[in-house]
Design a protein. Structure first.
Length: 205
């Protein structure tokens, strides 16, 4: 059963099979040569058994080393694909090691969750989400050089380029965002700045 599981795994990872096949073949060849040598010299059976056991242990160790190497290589390769440097991207850093590199225009909106901020952004035309340990006020400060990313509520920052429609009136707007069903509120304390800076009015949408 274990052999079948291992065979199916290796079959799905043809490159892993290539890397395991060579050392396994060498070990097997050494085992056969050793058995032939000691067999021709009429060595004791226990010695042949010991040689066989040691060979099997060596094969397991080598297989384990190659498997660990393969998984590490596969993981690092995936990380490299996700961290390809984009000269137009900005890096949003929290107080932990987690960060997010994204183009400002790809940010959809951000929502505060206590001392964390959920960043909703576009990746391959889909809305993704990443949670960073940073307050919404700290995030607002980080984004002050990008005027399209504005604070519209005590818990929300929105990308004005992602707004598809504005509902409500000067007493309170609600923003419809491309690709998501959720509407983003504009609190009264931000209505005046929101309207004067960007000229949003429900009648225009």
């Amino acid at each position: 059963m274990l052999f079948c599981v291992f065979y199916n795994f290796v079959a799905m990872n043809s490159k892993l099979w290539k890397y395991l096949l060579q050392p396994a073949s060498v070990i097997l060849l050494l085992a056969v040569l050793g058995l032939l040598y000691y067999g021709l010299n009429d060595s004791a059976p226990w010695l042949l058994l010991l040689l066989l056991v040691l060979t099997c242990l060596l094969a397991v160790i080598v297989a384990r080393i190659f498997f660990s190497w393969w998984m590490a290589r596969k993981t690092s390769s995936g990380e490299e694909e996700n961290t390809v440097e984009d000269p137009l991207a900005i890096t949003l850093k929290g107080s932990t090691k987690k960060n997010l590199s994204v183009r400002p225009e790809h940010i959809v909106y951000m929502e505060a969750e206590g001392n964390y901020v959920s960043v909703y952004y576009l990746l391959d035309a889909e809305v993704k989400n990443k949670l960073l340990r940073i307050t919404i006020s700290q995030m607002e400060t980080l984004l002050q050089d990008w005027p399209t990313l504005i604070r519209c509520h005590r818990t929300f920052i929105v990308n004005t380029r992602q707004i598809s429609r504005v509902k409500g009136n000067v007493q309170g707007y609600r923003l419809c965002i491309h690709r998501i069903q959720k509407t983003i509120p504009v609190s009264r304390s931000y209505v005046k700045d929101f309207s004067s800076c960007f000229g949003f009015s429900p009648e225009l949408f």
